[in-house]
Design a protein around this ligand. Structure first.
Ligand code: MGD
Ligand code: MGD
Ligand code: SF4
Ligand code: MO
Length: 673
């Protein structure tokens, strides 16, 4: 599709993996994006957006953009500048099709592994034709566990698929608890809302091993040791019951399992939990008082607390708090985890038009093992919307897998990522302003249908163009299949719920959910079997080793005493946009930990454990609690001296629930390099 015109302005929306789902205004000249700014179609965007998307032209038109198909000509040795030659789409597709067909015929579909995660949260680029292709090929199934699986399982287990408190409603809260979330980087539109609540007299509590920008302004900051949220939340529950401040009437009417939860919280006195978390009894007691006394009180649970061995139980215990303390029923009271399940009644499944076959599941977290030792052997790895060389745990094992000469790796990408360096074929992908996208938010409760407004540079093709061509060439296209973006969109909105949304989208380009700003227990009941909150769901209890709310202690050792966490940074989305952030990465350490190791600010340091080593610069900061090292998530190879990212130190172990990633559960030692 080509657009040739002088300057024109379009409305769009941001499909990146960010809760805010901004409304955008895009100026385009002769098919090129000139300016992007915040739109006003969503109240929480309110005309402003992050720097990443304001500057997206640098990503779209920068030197790293993949403009043409490329086929490897040099060895797979991880060379700094791997050798590829430019190819035509026809040639590249022929090669990919021949390999897919040959492997499927000889070794079976399960020797093919599609691998995809967070590049786009849109239904057209994330699900749709790629999923249809790999289902019809009988490929191995990629279990999408890098993020949000334990928190999602916990939230659905307790409350069913329902949305939480709308971010706009935080202005009504008198107490806001940010638990393992750093909106100043990862969901910036919550910040002004919190500021308005603070100006109106609300109090703020932050539970985070780091003194984040909002922790610096909080009335109380619980700088917990990573992975100790479970005992902390259980101690709050225990104390609420013990001091007669649990809402027994609410629990009797609206909850199941309250007695069992109370029993499981029993061992966690304030003193014991505070000791485990490395905070003072006084601080924890103060939190209980603040929480018990304040109404409306809201807990914004983030994703930082799920990424460890106790993550699922921790999120469940945190989300149990508003039920135990009776915080529902008012605007600005309750919790927010993901707001993705806002009762839309439509989804991408209809566009896929093929049921999921019961083929081999491969947990994304375990990609390294899947590539190096699984049977049947993975022979084709097809990567899209993802940068596994940098973002998947146990980086060294992943790289050993990617280096296999007998592995055929296809990477469909916008920019030449570190994963592309290991590809046999690199295919140029469009970016969101260059293709149509449909997305619903997981923070802002909105749904957008955004048209293509810019011309893709070079020969970039969208996911649906690529996977549509593969379906066709492999003879997997069936009569009546929705194939074009228009047909796929029509399939998504085919039902009665879809018709009502379509009507809103056609009128304004954006849709609201059936209940805007829902209040749980007022406008909506939990979507559990009996409409009650299930505080100890049997299915979750059966899944967790030792039972739900079982605490696995700190895995630190004398050799590796420091906890490494790798939170998000403002300038990137995971590894996306990392190519634009020049300069060496610095790991943050508390000055006491640095002094004990003879490390000064700016020194080159080694951070290592049994899995790998990262060599970078040291930054000293009292914003990090002692015993914790912080290295940003999503680093590129060029950001560190030895090319390794935090994932080189992160074990491919799984969370207690739902097989999630333990990004914040690495233990390391640090020394001057
Ligand atoms: N700018 C930007 N925005 C993003 C992203 C990005 O990379 N950059 N990523 C997007 C994605 S994919 C996601 S999932 C979300 C994530 O958004 P957030 O929920 O904010 O996630 P993180 O940055 O991983 O971690 C949040 C906080 O948890 C803290 N933390 C680490 N371990 C623990 C722990 O054990 N307990 C507690 N209580 N806190 C802990 C960290 O110090 C950090 O401040 O943001 C999205 N938005
Ligand atoms: N150390 C550490 N690492 C982490 C985490 C952590 O806490 N610590 N957190 C993790 C989290 S929360 C997440 S969500 C994962 C995300 O990990 P990934 O899924 O690897 O996400 P990104 O790093 O954003 O890479 C997405 C890639 O998709 C490409 N892309 C975008 N749109 C499209 C498209 O339409 N088509 C195609 N073909 N490609 C596209 C982008 O250019 C980008 O290179 O990272 C995880 N990595
Ligand atoms: S990344 Fe987040 S803050 Fe930035 S434009 Fe997209 S939705 Fe908005
Ligand atoms: Mo994520």
């Amino acid at each position: 599709m080509r657009y040739k015109q002088a300057m024109a302005t379009f409305e769009s929306a941001c499909p990146l993996d960010c809760p805010d789902l901004c409304s955008l205004v895009v100026e385009v000249e002769d098919g090129r994006v000139k300016r992007v700014d915040g739109g006003t179609r969503t109240p929480i965007t309110d005309g402003f957006i992050c720097g990443k998307v304001r500057n997206i032209a640098e990503h779209l038109y920068g030197d790293d953009r993949v403009r043409h198909p490329m086929i490897r000509v040099g060895p797979k040795d991880g060379a700094a500048v791997p050798r590829f030659r430019k190819a035509t789409w026809d040639e590249a597709l022929d090669l990919v099709v021949a390999r897919l067909a040959e492997v499927r015929e000889r070794a079976g579909g399960e020797a093919i592994l599609p691998f995809h995660y967070g590049g786009s949260n849109g239904w057209l680029t994330e699900g749709a034709l790629a999923t249809r292709l790999f289902r019809r090929l009988g490929a191995s199934r990629c279990l999408r566990t890098l993020c949000a699986t334990p928190s999602g399982a916990a939230a659905r287990g307790l409350y069913g698929p329902v949305p939480g408190v709308a971010l706009e409603d935080y202005v009504h809260s008198k107490l806001i608890v940010l638990w393992g979330q750093n909106p100043s980087a990862t969901g910036i539109h919550l910040v002004p809302i919190i500021e308005r609540a603070l100006a109106a007299g609300a109090r703020l509590v932050v539970v985070d091993p780091r003194r984040t920008p909002l922790a610096r302004r909080a009335h109380l900051h619980l700088a917990v040791r990573p992975g100790t949220d479970l005992p902390v939340a259980l101690a709050v529950i225990r104390e609420l019951f013990a001091s007669g401040r649990a809402d027994e009437a609410f629990l009797a009417d609206h909850a199941r399992g309250a007695d069992e939860l109370r029993r499981r919280a029993e061992p966690w006195t304030i003193g014991r939990a505070a000791g485990e978390a490395g905070i003072s009894d006084l601080e924890l007691g103060r939190f209980v008082d603040l929480y018990a006394e304040s109404r409306p009180a809201v807990i914004r649970a983030g994703w930082g607390l799920e990424r460890n061995r106790n993550g699922g139980s921790a999120v469940a215990a945190v989300l149990a708090l508003p039920a135990v303390a009776g915080k529902f029923g008012e605007r600005g009271g309750g919790f927010t985890m993901s707001n993705g399940e806002a009762g839309w009644g439509v989804g991408p499944e209809a566009a896929i038009a093929t049921p999921e076959p019961p083929t081999r599941p491969v947990n994304m977290v375990e990609l390294g093992a899947a590539l190096t030792e699984a049977t049947p052997r993975v022979e084709v790895l097809f990567v899209y919307n993802c940068n596994p060389a940098q973002t998947v745990p146990d980086q060294n094992r992943v790289l050993r897998g990617l280096a296999r000469d007998d592995l055929f790796t296809v990477v469909h990408e916008q920019v030449f990522t570190d994963t592309c360096r290991w590809a046999d074929v690199v295919l140029p992908a469009t970016a969101f302003l260059e293709h149509r996208e449909i997305r619903r938010g997981y923070g802002a409760m909105r749904l957008y249908d955004a048209p293509a407004v810019a011309t893709p540079p070079g020969e970039a093709r969208s996911n649906n163009q690529l996977f549509g061509a593969l379906l066709e060439r492999l003879g997997l296209w069936r009569d009546g299949d929705p194939m074009t973006d228009d047909e796929l969109a029509a399939a998504i909105f085919a039902g009665p719920a879809g018709a009502a949304l379509r009507e809103q989208l056609d009128r304004r380009g954006v849709a609201q959910p059936p209940v805007e700003r829902p209040r749980l227990f007022v406008d909506l009941a939990p979507a559990t079997a009996d409409g009650k909150v299930d505080l100890v769901p049997a299915a979750l209890d059966a899944e967790v080793a030792g039972g739900l709310y079982h605490y696995a202690p700190d895995p630190g050792s004398e050799r590796f005493p420091l906890a490494l966490i790798s939170p998000a940074i403002a300038q990137q989305i995971s590894s996306t946009f990392g190519q634009l952030r020049k300069g060496e990465a610095a790991a943050e350490l508390h000055p006491d930990d640095a002094a004990a190791r003879g490390i000064a600010a700016g020194d080159p340091i080694r951070i290592w454990n049994q899995l790998g080593e990262v060599v970078c610069r040291a930054a000293l900061s009292t914003h990090v609690r002692p015993g914790v090292v912080v290295l940003a998530k999503g680093l590129w190879r060029f950001h560190t001296r030895n090319g390794q990212a935090a994932t080189a130190l992160i074990p491919a172990t799984l969370t207690d629930l739902a097989g999630g990633a333990c990004y914040n559960d690495a233990r390391v030692e640090v020394a001057r390099a």
